[in-house]
Design a protein around this ligand. Structure first.
Ligand code: F6P
Length: 528
C-alpha cells in the first residue's frame, strides 16, 4: 500500500509543514525558483512549457514526490503500458492508446498481432475515405456531395471529437461542417437535424461497444430522418460506423456503407487518437489528423524518455497527488485562456474522473487515500467574471491549471495580449494575494496554479496537451494503485435506467421500487 512507503510518510510530514512556507516566501528565498520549476517540451514546429513554480512545492517536496514515483513503480508500469501488457487488470487487457499514434516503424505485439500495423491500415483507410468525401468521389444517395457531418456518440465517442472540432475550427477552415449529437434528450437530436439537409449529410456513428442506449436511440432517430429524404435504400450510403464490432450495429438494425475499426484495448476516454476522431479527419483532412497524432506521439516519447524530474506528465501527475492526497484539495480547476478550448474542461472531466474516480485498488483492497479530484473549469477571461472570486478569497483552496498560447491567428493581436495578461495576472493574484487594511479586501494568496503554455493552438499542440493529461492521469493511477482503465461505476446507473424505462413503457412503477422513485415515476406518468 502506497501510504506505508517512506516517501509517502515523508510527504505527509511535509504536508503538515507546507502552510508555513508561503509562495511569496519561497520566491523571495530563491531567485531560481521560476526557472528550476519550469519544464520544456520541444515538439519540432511548436513547443510547450509547464511552469510549476506557483505550486505549493519545495525542493524537498519535489524530491519526495520523485521518490514516490519510484516506489509506485511509475517507470516500470509506464513501460508495461507501452509494451501492451494487460495493465487494465479487471478487464485483462492492455491500454494501448499510445499504439494509435506510434511511429509506423514501431512494433507492439498483442496476442501475436502487431497492433501498430493494424492501426496504420485503419489510418490509411480513414485517409482514403476522408479524401473521397472531400474530393466529391464519395457522395450521398442522391448524388450530392457531403457538406455536413453529424457525429453520434457519447462519452469518449463524443467529447474528444467535439473538443478537436471546436478547437481547430476556430483556427483552420474545415471543408465540411461538423455537429455533435450525444444526449438521449430528443430535443438535442431534433434541433441538430433541423439545421441539416439530409441529402448532403454524412453520419458518423461512434460507439466502441455499439450497445450504448443513447447512441442507439440517436442513430435510429437519424436513420428515420435520412430515410425520409433519401429513401430506405439510400440510408446506408450516408452512414459510417466506428466500433470494435461494426456488425453489432447491423444486429441493432443500423444500416451503414462504411465502417472503421477500433480495438478492445482503446479505452473510450482514450479514443481521440483512433477512428473515433473520423469526423475531424474528414472535415480537416488527414494531414491535420497526422499533425494531431504527431503532437501526441512527441509527448509519448517524452513520457518514456525524459528523466522523471524533467518529465512534464510525471510532474503534473505527482503534483496532482500532492494537492489531492496530501494537501486535501478536493477539486481541480482547468482554465484555458482561449475560447477555442472551451470544451477542454468537459473533456478532462471524463478523462480524469472516469479514470481515477475509484476507491478500490487494482489489488481489490480499499485505498487508504483520496483519489480523483472533482475536475471543473471554463475559459478565461469569462471565468474571472464568474467563479474566480471564490478561488481567490473562498474558504476552499482550488489548484488551477491555466493554459495559454503565445501566438494567435486573430488579426487583433492586442486583444490577445490582453487575454494573456489576464492569465498571468490570475496566476500572480492567486499566488501572492494582496494586503489591505480592510479585511474583506485581503487576498490571502498562496493558492496553487500551474501555467501550461504552448506556442500556438494547432492540431499538434492540442494533441500534445491531451496526451500530457492522459499520462498525468496514468501517473496518478499508479501512485494510488488503481486501475485507470475500467469504469465499473458507470454500469449500475445504465442497468437501473433500463429497468425504469421498461416501467415507464408499461405505464406503472413496479411494486419493488423504493418509495421515492415510485412517487417520482407516478408524478412523471401523470404529468406527461
Ligand atoms: O460513460 C461510460 C462509457 O462507457 C465511457 O467510458 C465511454 O466513452 C462511453 O460510455 C461511450 O461508450 P461507447 O463508445 O461504447 O458507446
Amino acid at each position: 500500500m502506497i501510504t506505508t512507503t517512506s516517501s509517502w510518510k515523508k510527504l505527509v510530514a511535509l504536508g503538515k509543514e507546507a502552510p508555513q512556507s508561503t509562495l511569496s516566501g519561497l520566491f523571495a528565498a530563491d531567485d531560481q525558483r521560476a526557472t528550476r520549476n519550469t519544464l520544456h517540451l520541444n515538439l519540432g514546429s511548436g513547443s510547450i512549457i509547464a511552469d510549476f513554480s506557483k505550486q505549493n512545492i519545495t525542493p524537498e517536496i519535489v524530491s519526495a514526490l520523485l521518490e514516490l514515483a519510484q516506489e509506485a513503480s511509475v517507470p516500470s508500469r509506464r513501460d508495461a503500458m507501452f509494451a501492451g501488457d494487460p495493465v487494465n487488470s479487471s478487464e485483462a487487457q492492455p491500454a494501448l492508446h499510445v499504439a494509435l499514434r506510434a511511429p509506423s516503424t514501431q512494433k507492439i505485439v498483442v496476442d501475436g498481432i502487431d497492433v501498430v500495423k493494424e492501426v496504420q491500415q485503419v489510418r490509411q483507410s480513414m485517409a482514403d475515405f476522408a479524401n473521397g468525401v472531400r474530393n466529391g468521389k464519395i457522395v450521398g444517395a442522391t448524388g450530392k456531395p457531403f457538406t455536413h457531418i453529424i457525429n453520434v456518440g457519447i462519452g469518449g465517442s463524443d467529447l474528444g471529437p467535439a473538443l478537436v472540432w471546436d478547437a481547430l475550427s476556430q483556427t483552420l477552415t474545415p471543408s465540411l461542417h461538423c455537429s455533435f449529437v450525444s444526449n438521449v434528450d430528443p430535443v438535442e437530436v431534433e434541433k441538430v437535424l433541423e439545421g441539416h439537409d439530409a441529402q448532403c449529410t454524412l453520419i458518423v456513428m461512434c460507439s466502441k461497444t455499439f450497445s450504448t442506449t443513447e447512441t442507439l436511440s440517436n442513430s435510429r432517430i437519424i436513420q428515420r430522418w435520412l430515410a425520409g429524404s433519401v429513401g430506405d435504400t439510400g440510408v446506408a450510403q450516408h452512414c459510417v460506423v466506428v466500433s470494435v464490432e461494426p456488425q453489432r450495429a447491423t444486429s441493432a438494425g443500423i444500416a451503414f456503407a462504411h465502417s472503421f475499426n477500433i480495438w478492445p484495448w482503446v479505452g473510450g476516454r482514450y479514443s481521440v487518437s483512433s477512428a473515433v476522431n473520423l469526423a475531424n479527419v474528414v472535415a480537416f483532412g488527414s494531414d491535420v489528423f497526422d499533425d494531431f497524432l504527431g503532437g501526441m506521439c512527441a509527448v509519448d516519447k517524452h513520457f518514456v524518455e525524459a528523466p522523471l524530474a524533467t518529465n512534464i506528465p510525471v510532474m503534473m501527475g505527482l503534483i496532482s497527488v500532492w494537492n489531492r492526497s496530501i494537501l486535501g484539495r478536493e477539486t481541480q480547476a482547468v482554465v484555458p485562456y482561449a475560447t477555442a478550448m472551451r470544451l477542454f474542461a468537459p473533456y478532462l472531466q471524463q478523462l480524469i474522473m472516469e479514470s481515477n474516480g475509484k476507491q478500490v485498488g487494482s489489488d481489490n483492497v480499499v485505498v487508504a487515500t483520496q483519489t480523483s479530484p472533482v475536475v471543473w473549469g471554463s475559459i478565461g477571461t469569462n471565468s474571472q467574471h464568474a467563479f474566480m472570486q471564490m478561488l481567490h478569497q473562498g474558504t476552499s483552496v482550488v489548484p488551477v491549471d491555466l493554459i495559454g498560447f503565445a501566438r494567435t491567428p486573430a488579426v487583433h493581436g492586442d486583444a490577445h495580449d490582453s487575454l494573456m495578461a489576464n492569465m498571468f495576472a490570475q496566476a500572480q493574484a492567486l499566488a501572492f494575494g494582496a494586503e489591505s487594511t480592510e479585511p474583506q479586501r485581503v487576498m490571502p494568496g498562496n493558492r496553487a496554479s500551474t501555467v501550461l503554455m504552448a506556442s500556438e493552438l494547432s492540431a499538434q499542440t492540442l494533441g500534445a496537451l491531451i496526451a500530457l493529461y492522459e499520462h498525468s492521469v496514468f501517473v496518478q493511477g499508479c501512485v494510488w494503485g488503481i486501475n485507470s482503465f475500467d469504469q465499473w461505476g458507470v454500469e449500475l446507473g445504465k442497468k437501473l435506467a433500463q429497468n425504469i424505462s421498461e416501467q415507464i413503457a408499461q405505464g406503472v412503477p413496479s411494486s419493488d421500487q423504493d418509495a421515492s422513485t415510485s412517487q417520482l415515476l407516478q408524478w412523471y406518468l401523470k404529468h406527461q
